[in-house]
Design a protein around this ligand. Structure first.
Ligand code: PMP
Length: 396
């Protein structure tokens, strides 16, 4: 087999090139392996060697836990891509942006020590369905005095639009959204917003203008694909909020892994060095892959009356300086037939494992299909989708 690799479940033979017939397509996770070929092409430039004696300390020699060099490179990346305002913003690193979800809820909620214990109610935390489930699960894990998970914005949004302020609320706004790729703004008035921009990179969406919210969440998992390194960052305008988020990460894991920070610096350097360098630009590469996947999936699904996909218009992108086609990270599949009210099950019967809409507090008529995985994974997915659509057309 391939040295050092295992074959994907759907492939066998000495070089993993033989397709296992009728193999089930696993399209559940957002594992960003679509970028693996890019890093294979830039293997030497992006490699980081760390000797055994190196980086034993908890902190750098100056007693800090965040690499200033990495901070500067992340700021440079945002400026070059034009996807977030970084001037006047504090940067807080975390073990994946997953850790920062709770760090930010903690940082934005009332301070139990400062506030009068009896009178300050827990900050209600909300999101608009369909939303990324860890906002609920992370918050519920720490549900307590200072904050509690408060469900979706649906009921609150009406009150808010008729003038009520949602002061004291913490609202997660994911843009582009996971699962459906839609661009969102806050729906409540007066809420503290955490703008999760995990997918606000040119692989997945057009960049219309630099994002400029007070609290923004980013991760390396989606732009570079290094999900396993567990590295995310928050851009925070307010110094006190930034300090509390930083303290949360300190208290939780004593700061993001120094090894990871070192590796991320190497990765961001390669990304920066190749921007606008034809197909060696990671965003040009990523966009190309994701667009072609979306085109192929859309073409197959357009022959179906049983399933449909979300509609995304082409849009002008300031990074590419032209109108770009849609290239979302996930397909948000809807089952159209009356009897197909569990879309996850419909796909499972067709040998496609997806994630049911119910986890996103959406209808079970919807299910999420990941388009981020490897080329092999996507080929198997396309086979199963094609089978599903063909079977339906034979029926007619
Ligand atoms: N936010 C959103 C919207 C995501 O989809 C993900 C990953 N699927 C994350 C945050 C967390 O990413 P990580 O912990 O790998 O940084």
């Amino acid at each position: 087999g391939r040295p050092g690799c295992e074959c994907n479940r759907c492939f066998g033979g000495p070089d993993c090139s033989l397709r296992t017939p009728n193999c089930t397509a696993d399209a559940t996770s957002g594992n960003p392996l679509f970028l693996e070929p890019y890093w294979k092409r830039h293997a030497a430039a992006s490699a980081v060697l760390v000797s055994g004696w190196h980086r034993l300390s908890y902190s750098t020699t100056d007693g800090i836990y965040q690499s200033v060099e990495l901070e500067n490179h992340i700021r440079r990346l945002h400026r070059a891509v034009g996807n977030a305002v970084v001037d006047g913003m504090h940067l807080v690193f975390g073990g994946g942006s997953t850790q920062l979800i709770n760090a930010l809820v903690y940082a934005l909620s009332p301070d139990a020590v400062v506030d009068d214990n009896a009178s300050s109610p827990p900050a209600p935390v909300v999101a608009t369905a369909p939303y990324y489930p860890p906002y609920r699960t992370q918050t519920q894990m720490f549900d307590g005095r200072e904050y509690r998970w408060n469900g979706t914005t649906a009921a609150l949004a009406n009150a808010s639009s008729s003038g009520d302020s949602s002061d004291g609320f913490i609202e997660f706004v994911t843009s582009p959204n996971n699962p459906d790729g839609m661009l969102h703004k806050a729906v409540l008035r007066g809420s503290a917003v955490v703008a999760d921009h995990a997918y606000y990179w040119p692989h997945f969406t057009h960049i219309s203008a630099p994002a400029d919210e007070d609290v923004m969440l980013f991760t390396m998992s989606k732009p570079s694909g290094h999900a396993g390194s567990r590295f995310g960052w928050a851009l925070i305008r307010d110094e006190t909020v930034a300090k509390r988020a930083y303290e949360y990460v300190q208290g939780s894991i004593m700061g993001a892994s120094r090894d990871t920070q070192l590796r991320m610096l190497g990765i961001v350097k390669v990304m920066l060095a190749n921007l606008h360098a034809g197909k060696e630009d990671i965003f040009a590469f990523g966009y190309d892959v994701m667009r072609s996947r979306w085109r192929r999936l859309s073409a197959a699904v357009s022959r179906s009356r049983r399933i449909s996909l979300q509609k995304i218009p082409p849009q002008y992108c300031t990074y590419f300086n032209r109108v770009r086609e849609p290239s979302p990270a996930y397909a948000w599949v809807r089952c159209e037939r009356e009897e197909d009210d569990d879309c996850y099950k419909v796909l499972l019967k067709a040998k496609i494992i997806s994630r049911s809409g119910t986890g996103y507090e959406a209808s079970s008529r919807y299910t999420r299909v990941s388009l981020l995985k490897s080329d092999d994974d996507f080929e198997v997915l396309m086979e199963r989708v094609t089978d599903l659509v063909d079977a339906e057309n034979y029926e007619d």
